[in-house]
Design a protein around this ligand. Sequence first.
Ligand code: NAD
Length: 316
Amino acid sequence: MTKIAFIGLGNMGGGMAANLAKAGHEVVAFDLSADALTRAEARGAARAASAEAAVKGAQAVITMLPAGRHVREVYDSAVIGKAPKQAILIDCSTIDVATAREEIEKAKAAGYAMVDAPVSGGIAAAEAGSLTFMVGGADAAFERARPLLEAMGKAVIHAGGPGSGQAAKICNNMLLGASMVATCETFVMAKKLGLDLQTFFDISSKASGQNWSMTSYCPVPGVGPETPADRDYEGGFAAALMLKDLRLAMEAAQSVDAYTPMGAEAEELYTRFAEGLGGGSKDFSGIIRMIDDSWQAPEGSGAAPLPPGVKLGDSR
Ligand code: NAD
């Protein structure tokens, strides 16, 4: 049994902390949201009054926070220098590579072992304990984090040194965003060319166009396995989160002078769908509705309606 401080019990952290408690660990939880804390308590965690109180006496600290600035704030103010030096520090949030490296460096200088360990898999995988963890950090730190991550996931992979988990995560999600857009535009064109979409799926999924966005996560309702497309693009991986990851990817690309035209195009298209057209809460495959011109921006989303006769495809 390990005494774990768990900070950030939102959509993802809630399920992850519950799985650690279920595995027999002592989980002490803190979140700025009282509701999130109440839910965590009901699922086996003890409630702490602050992040600093949560890390007191902890053997491990796990964070699952929205973005880099939250991670920096929590580690700088309440973890580094406050948790026992023997505690292993594990940040599972998806954040920029630079902040991940800086925080691991600061932790190391203060005598801690720390890893970045972002996840692949959404809320359902967090609940089911079937996340995939991509871990960056020294070998010894990875080995200390591994058993705890295994209690929350189905795969734990050492990606390399500090920040490598975040690098692997955004590279993967840049590929996913670009391949989803390519899959969507392909199906829209196939339809316009008169193809039956199930027949096209059967052909392309066995031909060289085959890719995960099509065969496992087809954006067309009723084609391929059941996906968010069959639930009006509800649930799944929100377009706003895909946009967040694409922005992190573009930031990282710039920092190392990598030429990423497809990633940049995907970022622009998801910006338009998630922010310009109010599609942020829809599954990311819902971008097909922007591409086929059938998207209706939700009321109150602030999205400007297109002038009569102008198609989404024309507005580029
Ligand atoms: P969320 O917004 O539901 O949860 C974040 C929680 O952090 C909230 O409960 C918030 O109150 C808490 N928080 C914020 N600042 C805090 C602070 N200073 N101290 C304590 N608590 C604080 O977000 P989520 O969906 O759980 O995502 C968490 C991370 O996981 C993000 O980095 C996200 O990109 C990543 N991620 C999410 C998904 C997904 O499908 N939701 C999938 C993969 C990765």
